[in-house]
Design a binder for this molecule. Sequence first.
Ligand code: ADP
Length: 498
Amino acid sequence: MNEAIKMKDITVLVVDDEQSIRDGSERILSRMGFEVFKAANGEEGLKILEDHNIAIILLDLKMPGMDGMEVLRLVKQKDSHVLVIVITGFATLETAIEAMKRGAYDFIPKPFEPDQLRIVVNRARETIRLTLETEMLELERQRTLNDLGMEKSRIRTIIESLPNGLVVTNVKGHVVLMNPAFQQMFGVPPGSIQTDPISSYITDKELCRLVIDISRGKYIDFEDIPTYEFPLGTEKFLLASGQPVLGERKECIGAVVTVMDITEMKVLDQLKSEFVAKVSHELRSPLSTIHEQIAEVLKDTVEEEPGKDQYILSRAKEKTKGLISLIGDLLDLSRIESDSAKMEFKPIRLEELIKSIVDFLEIRAKNRNQRLSLILPEEKLPELMTDPMALESIFGNLISNAINYTQEGGEIAVSVEKVMGSVRVNVTDNGFGIEAKHLEKIFEKFYRVKNEKTRYITGTGLGLPIVKGLIGSLGGSITVDSTPGMGSAFTVILPINS
Ligand code: ADP
């Protein structure tokens, strides 16, 4: 069907040599809402067909001049979609059948009643309507398919050109898609992907575990999903992070995992750590000397000329002390970060070690009128195979912080207890507390909470990162719970057979 034809402007051409038929048909068809053209012979009819969008032709087969069959042939040749209803006057039924064979749509015998004409033409109109509708649906379907195809190929192009590795798995942890970057990273030959378990493509067990856990919907809260950093061979460092793919009912139907090459970042980080370690190392001795010399001068001048100079000197001494402690922290941290902090594991009685730290720090607490108490388990703990220096640093830092960030007259409690295969040490205070927005960040390097209460407390912001790093090396964990104005509780869990 000619696409331009719309239902509202269906036109009918009546080709008949009898004027009465032409005019009668025109009357009936106009009332039915059609636009009607009339032709007295074949040639005239074909001419009108040339110039107008004709949908239905009422065609007399028996006409002087060009015969109806010939007109039918030419009409069909020009536009096979035009519906031709032949008017079979004196012709026989066979002629009508012959015309149908040659492509006529229907026939109407002459003379016909108005109703007969209405029925036949209405049927033709219905056919046109259905054809148009089918065509439109087909067009729509084609358009949708094209759009989908476009969208699909666009997404595929994007995925394929991503510089990061990308793998998509189903709920069983089987691979359904992998981009070339991922294939290259893990040496998967191109074109060889089937829906095999992720472990068929990746040898790193931890990464497989993570992908499977995400695929099976282990993580309801996206924020809990850990990232995973791992070496690939001897030269590369990769970082994997994933998210579950959710279905319509928010059920987990698989995972999308991206893998980023972070080798360069690692190298830079390493360079930075080395630089910090070097500078700190170089600064430590001269600073210590200056510190000692100031102390000497202060001692010598204390009786002779107390006053302004002495005040300046004590301030300088305080500052150098602060710098020395910062350098000490930096060195500790770079040792932990470069894994060169060699742990020396020995059997340790944790209760005794913590008691000695508490005893040592008690004087500082007393100076601030604070009560520092220690609660030990009734039953002796088994000896821990652990590094005493690391523990000294961990609990020294936590208890010092509790003293520093608690008002005068406050209370600090340290408790040690055994919990299923681990030891739990709580360092609790009823001091300033920490706002929720700072809680995660206090374990980051150089992060210090600055407010009215903490402003005058000196520190480096390196204590807690050191604590966290050391606890990690001992296979333990640290958490913090705090309410501003009420106090804080740091909880350390250490494995018993570390
Ligand atoms: P520093 O004490 O040198 O500032 P830390 O890394 O030990 O560095 O601590 C980081 C920040 O965490 C501190 O600046 C302080 O604001 C906060 N903080 C640590 N421990 C406590 C605590 N017990 N009570 C309140 N705030 C604390």
